[in-house]
Unconditional design. Sequence first.
Length: 393
Amino acid sequence: MEKLHEILRTALKFKASDVHLKVGVPPIVRVDGKLYPLKKISRLDPMAVETFADIMTNSAQKKHLREFHEIDLGYGVSGLGRFRVNIYRQRGTLVIAMRVITSEILDFKALNMPPVVEKMIAEQRRGLILVTGVTGSGKTTTLAAMIDYINTHRSENIITIEDPIEYLHTDRLSLINQREVGFDTTSFSLALRAALRQDPDVLLVGEMRDLETVEIALTAAETGHLVLSTLHTVDAVESINRIVSVFPPYQQPQVRHQLASILRGVISQRLIERCDRKGRVPAVEILVSTAMVRECIADPDKTVDIKEAIVKGHTIYGMQSFDQSVLSLYRKGLISFDEALKQSSNPDDFLLKVKGVSSSSDTTWEAFDQTQEELSEEESAPARDPEIERFAK
């Protein structure tokens, strides 16, 4: 146990987000998105990894691991913190992947979220809000901030269904019950169906993985509850298509109309390395439900037009595209030019925007540019990245 805790203490000292324990190599940690070996700790042998897995699991989990060769679980260490753990087998030996869960729940400002995210969670009492992104993009952290905001400002009955529980919430104004799949319930769908009979105001579904869970979540949002959930999708358009595609073709037109009426917003995020090397900052696409967006969701031929609606909806609704978010982060001096160009959806158009050259699509950016100019008057302008000169010539 002491060796495991030594590894975790070292990982936390380096502010790692993940720890990988594999036979034949030293412990590997992920810091700011990159993998590094802990060279001062010897290579792990099969017995060491088996011992680590034995420490983290109870008898039921050991049985599950023997039968299915992989398991998700939560692991807490007094004085260190909590970790989301996945144990699995590869080439006959165990591998352990651990995600570090910070004990502190950060607010939206500390997470560098646009103000519209707080506005969205403050104003919405029913419907569906999705937080999407690839694995490791901070979806769970954003959801925790949402639950914490509600808990601080409203008196609600909040039920979360998670696999596993990551952030621990303490009752303040709200009553919060956190249920973990595998311990408190057998599945997302079963827990979600039961939650509708538990007088909830807010339901958090860790992930909408299957048809039954999606179906119940949509029904819950339709019947007056606020449902928060995640999808492993890269943007709002893909999120909508993913939900619709879960259903058989004959149901999809009905689902589109249902989704159009209940969807309140989609927050899609990616983490980008800061230019000061002090961690990462989220680039965030924000979709807010408007009459035009609802029409685009209901009509499959118009769903692709949601991208343009997002770009145009910045001033009135607070929406923003990924490229607008990336440009804002660059102008604030938070990310480098090279990183901004790499992360942009359309590098050529993005380069024109940075250089101040008009393009045929500039009319959709006018409101965003005006807002950014107003912000720049209030803040001191960041130093211009010298790397831009290579592209400006």
